[in-house]
Design a binder for this molecule. Structure first.
Ligand SMILES: Nc1ncnc2c1ncn2[C@@H]1O[C@H](COP(=O)(O)OP(=O)(O)OP(=O)(O)O)[C@@H](O)[C@H]1O
Ligand SMILES: [Mg+2]
Length: 656
């Protein structure tokens, strides 16, 4: 019902808009303050041919590097111009280079590989300026499922709007965006995911757009904002984009197969095929173009659909789409098309600085920060924590499952190692318990991997537009895990310490708890690092399992240090499981005059093994228990630092 009202509203606006369109068109050409031009964009990549054994053996193919790699041209000499107030659509069949062109315009292709120029009002944009005045909305909606629409937009506002903007102004901006995107009725609804019902697909897409436009950008780049939507939702999204464009933005979007209604909303189009321009102009000129090319659109036929069919037919012919590419080039020159890239050169465009100043000063409320980040380091951490706490509160079942897991493991351990006796057998059991509890902690932490990898994608997207610093993300990430670790460690320690009759009273318990906590911290940080190095959860799990297995093998329990081959000894010292295991052993046995195994009958029992004997037997004499604890904590810190580097170097948002 709500959707219907909204659509009716759109339909009404559409009628009045079409009447004013001609007038608007004239005005635009006279007073266009922002014009994005891209000239001769060419981008190619080297594709390595698969080196098969046959090829290696066959002399013909084993020649130079050239025979092993081949150039693939993804964009070939693409030029065009998009203006403020307009929707510029990139069309073409799948694989034609639409996303690549959007990436080129969004400065997501390394400068070394991309030839040609992209300018705004004649000036090449610096990466930081482009980030602050543009928005890039990708095809997939990466949003936190447990936040409402309003909260999602509010966090986006907190990250992107300059700190000089007051909280109430940020809230007002969120409300404006909600109105602009027709999300009023969904504002308090959760985004949702597979497990939780949330907003609809069309609304999700509009929220993603909202996240992109919260800072009121001049330039909006959207990769297939309508994909996966039914035709009326797709129309609504493009209609909203048109309204957004009309309020003073350049909207550039790619679209795969738009309906004629949607095409009617575009101001001009570029059709791509295999990285080449096959048409560039307005939707209305397209039928003329096709007639002149010798393939007039059949009566009542949809022009864009006809064009796409024509491509696929041409692609099947020997010359491919070459004929239409050549025809387009001559057509552009002969007709001196109003949308050729040279057009705006004749206009008296203000300089970029001037245009930005004018748009901020004209009462639109636009403000962009000149600094790279909108907030200070600590504010970023607070906002990140606030968002994470809301998320965790709403997905409390995840925490409860973790608690249940720890309680269950604790009880299984407690019942298995229940009160070992004071004999040699009891000692072996106790040692087995120590190594097993450390192992459980390390393996138990691997379940964070999925969460971390998922969060990493959001991190990459948010840091791509400088929402926050990498360093504040790392610190927030480290702090947020500590309360959970403390609670889970306390539960595990409280269940197992008395059950296994560990020695030493409260102080010993306290150290035992700290050692468990430190193990949890090191394990969690290790998983964090793995999530930073591997994008795929399955690969991450395999690496984590293998590493934990090897760390366990070299922890010092299965093999004494002097028995480890010299070429593997470094792995013994690198094992983060060696130190908590040793700490637990020392906490239990490193006591003067402690007799751990006796023989004979009371009162004439004789001691056959002291605590020090065990420590010597395990060769655990190199460090004190406190040193072991600090080293375990240090391992966690080192893993987090390496995680920072993994994010810095592994999360480059640029194509080579
Ligand atoms: N790293 C790569 N290696 C090889 N080919 C690539 C690479 N990246 C892109 N391509 C190729 O470049 C072409 C253009 O890709 P692009 O993603 O821009 O197409 P698209 O028009 O956005 O397609 P779709 O509509 O399916 O999203 C495709 O043929 C694709 O296979
Ligand atoms: Mg694409």
């Amino acid at each position: 019902m709500v959707t219907l009202n909204f659509q009716q509203e759109i339909a009404l606006q559409e009628t009045s808009m079409s009447q004013n369109e001609d007038l608007e068109q004239q005005n635009k050409t006279i007073s266009t303050p922002f014009v994005l031009q891209f000239n001769n964009l060419t981008y190619s990549i080297n594709i390595r041919k698969e080196i098969t054994i046959r090829r290696m053996l066959c002399r013909k193919d084993t020649g130079t590097i050239d025979t092993l790699s081949r150039k693939k041209v993804l964009l070939n000499d693409i030029s065009g111009e998009a203006r403020e107030g307009e929707i510029f659509a990139i069309l073409g069949p799948s694989g034609s280079g639409k996303t690549t062109l959007i990436d080129a315009l969004a400065n997501k292709i390394s400068k070394k590989s991309l030839r040609g120029s992209v300018t705004l009002n004649g000036e090449t944009l610096e990466s930081a300026v482009l980030k602050s005045i543009s928005a890039y909305v990708m095809q997939d909606d990466l949003l936190f499922p447990m936040l409402t629409v309003e909260e999602t937009l509010m966090f986006s506002a907190e990250f992107r709007l300059p700190r000089s903007v007051s909280k109430s102004k940020k809230m007002a901006r969120v409300q404006t965006v909600i109105e602009e995107l027709g999300l009023r009725d969904a504002a308090k609804t959760l985004i949702g995911d597979e497990g939780h019902r949330g907003i609809s697909g069309g609304e999700r897409r509009r929220v993603s757009i909202g996240v992109g436009i919260i800072h009121d950008p001049i330039l909006m780049l959207l990769d297939e904002p309508t994909s996966g939507l039914d035709s009326s939702s797709a129309f609504m999204v493009v209609k909203i984009l048109q309204q957004i464009a009309r309020t003073g933005r350049i909207v550039i979007m790619s679209v795969h197969q738009p309906s004629s209604r949607v095409v009617g909303l575009f101001d001009h189009l570029i059709f791509l095929s295999q990285g080449e321009t096959v048409y560039y102009g307005t939707p209305t000129h397209l039928s003329v173009f096709l007639s002149e090319f010798g393939h007039p659109v059949t009566e009542n036929g949809e022009t864009t659909e006809f064009m796409l069919d024509l491509y696929s037919n041409l692609e099947g012919l020997p010359g491919g789409t070459k004929s239409i590419v050549e025809f387009n080039k001559s057509w552009q020159t002969i007709r001196n098309h109003p949308y050729t890239s040279k057009h705006s050169n004749g206009l008296d465009l203000p300089s970029l600085k001037e245009a930005i100043y004018n748009t901020c000063a004209n009462g639109s409320g636009r403000t962009w920060t000149s600094s790279k980040f909108a907030n200070s380091f600590w504010v970023e951490i607070i906002v990140l924590m606030k968002r994470s706490l809301i998320n965790s509160k709403r997905s409390a079942e995840i925490f409860l499952v973790r608690v249940a897991g720890v309680v269950a493991s604790g009880f299984i351990l407690a019942s298995t190692f229940w009160h070992p006796d004071k004999t040699e057998r009891g000692i072996v059991e106790r040692l087995g318990f120590f190594v097993f509890i450390v192992t459980i902690i390390f393996f138990g932490n691997t379940d964070w991997l999925g969460v971390f990898v998922q969060e990493r994608y959001i991190f990459m997207r948010e840091t791509a537009y400088n929402a926050y610093r990498r360093s504040s993300y790392i610190l927030y990430h480290s702090i947020i895990v500590i309360p959970t670790l403390i609670v889970l460690s306390l539960i595990l320690a409280s269940i197992t310490f008395p059950a296994v009759s560990l020695d030493g009273g409260f102080l010993s318990f306290l150290f035992y708890f700290l050692a468990i906590c430190a193990s949890g911290w090191a394990a969690n940080s290790l998983i964090c690092l793995i999530s930073g190095l591997f994008f795929q959860v399955v690969v991450g799990y395999t690496v984590a399992m293998t590493l934990v297995g090897l760390f366990l093998l070299y922890s010092g329990f299965y093999m004494n240090r002097d028995r480890i081959p010299s070429y593997w000894i470094w792995f013994h010292y690198m094992s983060p499981m060696k130190y908590p295991f040793q700490a637990l052993v020392l906490n239990e046995f490193d006591k003067p005059n402690l007799c751990v195994a006796k023989v004979g009958a009371e009162p004439a029992m004789s001691c056959v093994m002291t605590g020090l004997d065990i420590i010597r037997k395990l060769d655990a004499i190199d460090l004190s228990k406190w040193s072991c604890l600090w080293i375990t904590l240090a391992f966690g810190v080192i893993y987090r630092i390496l995680f920072y580097f993994a994010l810095s170097f592994g999360s480059k948002n640029k194509r080579k």
